[in-house]
Every structure is written in structure tokens, then in C-alpha cells.
Ligand binder design. Sequence first.
Ligand SMILES: NC(=O)c1ccc[n+]([C@@H]2O[C@H](COP(=O)([O-])OP(=O)(O)OC[C@H]3O[C@@H](n4cnc5c(N)ncnc54)[C@H](O)[C@@H]3O)[C@@H](O)[C@H]2O)c1
Length: 297
Amino acid sequence: MRILVTGGAGFIGSNVVDGYVAAGHDVSVVDDLSAGAPANVSRRARFHRADVRSGELDAIFAAERPELVSHHAAQVSVRRSVEEPIHDAEINVLGSLNVLEAVRQHNIKSKAAGANMVRSLVIVTSDKCYENREWVWGYRENEPMGGHDPYSTSKGCAELLMSSYNQSFGEPPAASARAGNVIGGGDWAKDRLIPDAVRAFAAGQVLEIRNPHAIRPWQHVLEPLAGYLLLAEQLFDKAAAVAGGVPWGAAGVEVCAGAVCPSNKLPSASRQSAAASASGSSPTKTPRWTSTSPGRR
Ligand SMILES: NC(=O)c1ccc[n+]([C@@H]2O[C@H](COP(=O)([O-])OP(=O)(O)OC[C@H]3O[C@@H](n4cnc5c(N)ncnc54)[C@H](O)[C@@H]3O)[C@@H](O)[C@H]2O)c1
């Protein structure tokens, strides 16, 4: 399959590229290298240095003719989003909208030409996309979008845009994945616990913990990686049943197995009951597969 990954030079995106390359797919990457590094990109993938906000996407889509698009490119720092909220929204909101629209326009042209079209689109957001109620329970995929900081809000906005494209155009089906905190090799981002620790220890400095009383779950990058690949596969094969938003807590693959079942196209009462039956709990209790509280990074 021909697959295009945005943000494929970054921490999670490069792991996703490696996963698809290892599975024998034909992979291309779009990344502006604002945070990622060329060395992260598999030599077996084609690399396009481009901004997801730019019109360059049209030519890249025409050249690569992807059948699956996995969108990971983002401004990922909560602190930077607070310092530069417009910059954050430009990338996470308008950049995501530009990807949605580039896919749609590409498919209109491809259909007219009888060429391969994008058949599914995975949009990676975050468990921070939910309205943060500061409660101890997890969040279900039908909880309202929100966010206490510009990063979280921009991820919620990307979710709403994706949902509006699903409702307005239907094709290609899109699904979002809302991972919690991820650790693993290749992460050198600022303001993240483990990269900060490694940098401090390498420099012989004392590690400063910004939120020493925070308790949060982590998942290894292989967990969401397996989930993203499974979601893409499910979306490709059974689009109508899967399109929508999927939370990805520390339970990883288990989350995926439950969350692909309820469709966001169901009326909310049915969704609650589908969610409850998937988890074996009442809708007012925490389902087994929900993401964890979207606390601050
Ligand atoms: N790391 C986590 O704990 C975590 C948790 C939940 C969700 N996510 C989401 O996963 C995705 C990847 O995050 P990551 O941790 O790998 O971060 P990262 O910074 O390592 O990767 C992001 C990549 O996007 C690229 N990029 C940024 N702006 C761009 C633009 N305008 N055009 C093209 N490329 C651009 C960067 O160069 C970088 O390579 C993001 O959408 C993030 O919100 C991450």
C-alpha cells in the first residue's frame, strides 16, 4: 500500500514510518524539520521537506498518490502553546485542516482521472483534546472536546474539523487517535520528562521536575504504534464502523480493541450503551478502555 506520513521525522511519526516500512509498504514522509530530524527517517521512505500548512501538499499528493494518510505533524509543546498560541493553532488547527482539504482535493482530481484515491485518513491528536474536568475517571470517546491550554484546545479543534469532514463529505473516512503520554527511543523534545532527564544527566546537572506532585501513566511508543497501524487497517477494511475518535490510554492495544467497536455515527444514547457494553460497565462508571485524565505534561 502507498502510505504518506506527516511528521514522520519526529518521535512518534518516525516509529510509525518504521512500522509501515517493516510491513513492506511504500512510504513517503512530509515534515518541515522544525522539530524532527532527517536521521529519524527510514532510508526506505521518500522524504519531502514541507510545511503541512503550505500549498505544497497538492504536488506531493499528486506525486505520491497515497492510499492511506497518517497525520502526526504538530506543534507538541504545551508550554510553547501558551507562549505562542497563534503559532500553535496555525500548525495544529490550520495545518490539520490543510491536510484534510489536500486529501479531499486530491481525491476529487484522482476520481476524475480514474487514479488511486486516498482510502483512509488517520489524524493523531491527544487525550488532551477532551474538556478537562479534573476528575479521577477516564474519558470516553464521546466526551466533549475542550482543553485548559492552547495545545489541548488546538487538538480538540482538529478533532472537530475531522468530524465535520466526515459528516460533510464522508470520503475518505477519517479516524482520530487520542494517545496519552508516550515514551520511547527517538524522543528529544523539550519539556518532556525523560528527554529532560537524559539531557540533565549527560550535562552533569540536577534534574528539575516541573510538576513533582503530578502522577501520570505512560505508554511505550510501541503501544500507540500498534494501535495506529491497527486503526488504519480497520479503517481501510471497515471504514464506516470505525470512523471517529479513538482514545489511547496507557492500556494501549487493549484500548484499541474496545474502542474501535462503538461508532461515533450512532446517536449519543446508543453510543453510551455501546460504550457501556464494550466495557461491561454502566456509562457513569469508568470503562476499562478509556484514556486517562488529560493532565498537564
Ligand atoms: N509524545 C507524546 O507523548 C504524545 C502524546 C499524545 C499525542 N501526541 C501527538 O503525536 C504526534 C507526534 O508527536 P511527537 O511526540 O512525535 O512530536 P515530535 O515533535 O517529535 O514530532 C512532530 C513532528 O512534526 C513536525 N512538524 C511540526 N510542525 C510541522 C509543520 N508545520 N509541517 C510539517 N511538519 C511539522 C516536526 O518537525 C516533527 O518532526 C503529535 O500530533 C502529538 O500531538 C504525542
